[in-house]
Design a protein around this ligand. Sequence first.
Ligand code: 5GP
Ligand code: MG
Length: 183
Amino acid sequence: MSSCNHPDIESIVLSEDAIKEIVARMGAKISEDYKDKNPLIITVLRGAFVFTADLVRAITVPCSVDFMAVSSYGDGVKSTGVVRIVKDLDTRIEGRHVVIAEDILDSGLTLSYLIEMLEARHPASIEVAAFSVKDIPDKRPAIEPRYVGVHVPNEFIVGYGLDYAERYRNLPYVGILKPEVYS
Ligand code: 5GP
Ligand code: MG
């Protein structure tokens, strides 16, 4: 980890160069696996939009992109995974090979619920490409992503699409927020 000049960031977890390498590797693997499959890359807004933009440019085979937005039910702090579709896909996914691009996988509850909803539409396949997965001791996420970019420490991180109160999504690197920013 290195320090940086942003007044709110304690340390950098992933530099721009590190991110580039990770996404290039994921794109190469997906290109290999989805040759002739014309995959549909789905972004769940908003956090994954930056990752998706880079990922699709690292994919060298024909593919398409669509977006959806979900919102959690209730106001609990802990995610139950039960979500409501706020913006649905514009694409019919029946018979399509779907890859969901996710920014960070924590409990994986939201995504596992979403996958269940999408499976009811009978796609040919659904896989997850998670840019990052939180390393939580003795806890495994509810879903097993086919593609994992990087494991990150169990800290609240921002940047590269990830926000705190809608800020910091535009940072080109991933960093840990200073605790005083929360309080
Ligand atoms: P899950 O359903 O996997 O527990 O929730 C994952 C979602 O929680 C992510 O898509 C992201 O929106 C949010 N999240 C989880 N960990 C972090 C984090 O460290 N930083 C930020 N900014 N968001 C996080
Ligand atoms: Mg998200």
